[in-house]
Every structure is written in structure tokens, then in C-alpha cells.
Write a protein that binds this ligand. Sequence first.
Ligand code: 5GP
Ligand code: MN
Length: 318
Amino acid sequence: MDESLLQIVRKQVNSAQNLLVVSHVRPDGDAVGSLLGFGLSLQAAGKEVQMVLSDGVPGDFRHLHGSEHIRTQPEGTFDFVVTVDCSDLERTGSALNGYSVPDLNIDHHPTNLNFAKINLVEVEAVATSEMLAEYLPEFGLRITPYVAAALLNGIVTDTLGFRTYNMTPKALRVAADLVEAGAPLPELYHRSLLSRSFNALRYWGVGLSNLQREERMVWTSLSMEDRRAVSYPGRDDADLINILTTLRGADVVLIFVEQGNGRVKVSWRSQPGFDVSRIALEFGGGGHKAAAGAEIEGTLADVQEKVLLATRTLFDEI
Ligand code: 5GP
Ligand code: MN
């Protein structure tokens, strides 16, 4: 990363007193981890900080220290506004409504639109949290044990426990440094990645029993009725997509989740050699080559038909 850019951010962060840190809708472990990592390190430096997720903190991450202070809307004025893990402004939901262009955008998505005044985007980073572990000390901020736990949470969840194909030696070294700084690796691994509710497993059961295959493409869908039937409280896929990726012989897997607002959330995952972020972008979403998502207007059946048609083109190219 450009040293002079880091020095500029360091100066701006040092002179700011009221800061707003925001991450994305339907927050995952890296959204919560990078938000808390930056927010708690600023607080440790004596700054006034508001941390905002417009969808709130999912139950899976409420064990993280500081998550109880994350708000769903900011209040007041700020002299520095940061987004973390957001590839475009729409990803912040309503968190920045009424506020001007963010001062800083820190992210690792190749589909990032560089929407802030300063954009620190590193597509080789496995998580935005990995970038922060490197940059916070450069900004003059401390990695306290709670900051370390938040950042390791982001790395562990975005890499599914250090096993995604974008893993690097650097990410392992950064993770080791965070463990040394006080992050409880096994506890984070279990609580954020492995533990499930009874109803989430029943919801998986519904999705798994509707699994469909067309050559090397596999998909399933989850409707609002499916959620009601098993009393699953979220409107996500309960991470079922990560189970589909374990299927031998499937190069591209998808899940369609009916949202209840006339929209459908689509998740794509692919094996190396397939770039699903390209298809997600066509539908107004984004992500990485191997993991992408979009929220698309239409009924479950319509969205499924359109998306499968577009996704099939990935196989024409090989
Ligand atoms: P997931 O399928 O788990 O929601 O997301 C997979 C990847 O795609 C993540 O990196 C996530 O940030 C990104 N992603 C998911 N949904 C959207 C979306 O609606 N817009 C954009 N820009 N990225 C998304
Ligand atoms: Mn991320």
C-alpha cells in the first residue's frame, strides 16, 4: 500500500475526535469484526466513536466484546466517516443516509467502486480485518486483546477457518500475531463458525431436501414458508451455502433465499477457474471470484430462472 496514503490517513485519524464507522447490510463475521476492530481501537485512543450496522448484529457474533454498543443508525455529526468491508455505498444500507461522502473506504472486494475520498482496497487480503491488523498500528492505533479478537473473527469467518483458496502465508502470520495479541482462536472458531441452533439445522434440512443439479451446477432455494415451518428467525441461508460447496463434482453452487420484500437474495460459490462475481455484478451485486451475492427484485421462481440462465454462461467459456 502507498506509504504516503497511509500517512495521510494517520494524520486525519489522529486529528479527528468524533468518528463514525460503518459496515454492510446482512453483516457477516468480517463486517462485524472489521467494524469492532477499528471502532474499539479508536475508543482505546480516547476518541468518540459510533459503530453502525443498519441491520444490527446477528446473534452469531453477539459474543464479541463491544458488539452490544453497535447501533443501527448514527446520531449527530462526525469529523471522520469510515466504511469497512463495503464494496459500494448501497452496501451500507441506511447507515449513511443524510451524511456526505465517506472519508475512508477500507475493503478487500475486487468489485469495490472506490466511492470514498480515500480508498484503501486490497484484493489479495483474505478479509478487511486482515488489512486492519496491518494498518491500525500504522494509523497509530493499538491492537488490544478485544481488537485482536474482533479482527481474528473476521479472518476466521471470511476464510471459513483458513481453508478458502485465497488463503496466503501472510494471512496466517497476521492471524498468529492476533493470537499473540490475545485473540482466543478456538473459541472464535467454534462460536462464529461452527455452532448452530436447532432450528438452523432443520432449515438446512429443508434446503438440502430441495437440492437440484444440472451437470456441474447445483442449487437450492429457501422460501419464507420454509422459514416459518421450522421457526428459523433470520432471512439468510444459515450458512447452508458452505455445506453445498463440500459437494464433489459441483463447480458452481447457488442458494436463492426469498426475502419477503419482493426480492430474492442469491449467493454463489465456485471452484477455482470460475468467476461468479461477474454474474453477481450483472445483477447489481458483487463479491469475489469464488464467493459472490446479490439481492434481486422478483419472485423466487423468476429470479431463479434468470440467474440460472446467466450462470450457465460460465460453463460456455471453458
Ligand atoms: P454472501 O453470499 O455470503 O452473502 O456473500 C458472498 C460475497 O459477496 C461477500 O464477499 C459479500 O460481501 C458479497 N455480497 C453479497 N451480497 C452482495 C450484494 O448485494 N452486493 C455486493 N456488492 N456484494 C455482495
Ligand atoms: Mn470481507
